[in-house]
Design a protein around this ligand. Sequence first.
Ligand SMILES: C[S@@+](CC[C@H](N)C(=O)[O-])C[C@H]1O[C@@H](n2cnc3c(N)ncnc32)[C@H](O)[C@@H]1O
Length: 265
Amino acid sequence: METAWDTLYRWEWFHREQWLPGFRERKRHSPAAFKQIVDGLGGSFVLDSSCGFGLKTLVLHGLGLRVVGSDGCAFAVQKARELAAAEGQAVQFFSAPWAELPERTTDRFEGVFNDALSWIVTRGKFESALRGLCGVLRPGGVLVFMGAAQDSPSDPESRRRLLESEWQRRPRFSIEWRYARDAVTCTSLLVRERGEMYVDEHHLFLIEEGGVQSLETATIRQPVYWHWPLLLEMVLQAGFARLETRTFPGLGAGGTTFRLNVATR
Ligand SMILES: C[S@@+](CC[C@H](N)C(=O)[O-])C[C@H]1O[C@@H](n2cnc3c(N)ncnc32)[C@H](O)[C@@H]1O
């Protein structure tokens, strides 16, 4: 069965001509912060565990790291291989859910990067993902991910306020892009829906081909319930020794401050 990520990536790939030229500029922020973290450990063999099309993997490679990319979506991994080959970059990719990483590769890394961990929806899945990610790290290695920061308030009222500001940050409906190729025209719309402790992003792909219209959809949930004390508890249970938030002033888009969570095995 096709997952939401499969659908999303199929249409992202369809309109790649629109985003491919600018990807290194758009994707440079978190890789730069990740590089600073692993450089501080003297490490250079790393895994981009949510690589998608491998865009940040290629940026990390360009920064001089020995990097491998993995992702649960086999379609995205195949396209990552094609993109790397087209760019003449010798980067390896493999397909693996986070929970199964230690069985899917014999490599062990000094750093693992993940930019989608906090989008996991259930605690059971979060815990097994953390165990898998911990299992591919060498002792002393780090898992670097985005999520609630160490000093962020964890009480329900504060988290509701966070949800509200996330909700207000972007419009409820937007047209994301429109692209035509080989007699197929696709218009991508984003519809956001607010839940009790999450925002659902519904990606709608309106397809027109030979006078016939069809619709495909993919929903990605962005929960706000993974607050710091819960993250810490799950990270320690998964086998990590500690968790901290690192701050990178000026490294975010437009010179903003960038924050990443670092779990050390
Ligand atoms: C935000 S996207 C990654 C985007 C990519 N890093 C980039 O910058 O272009 C999140 C990725 O996580 C992957 N993913 C989500 N859940 C996963 C899981 N449980 N195991 C492995 N990959 C997963 C999705 O397939 C998707 O490619």
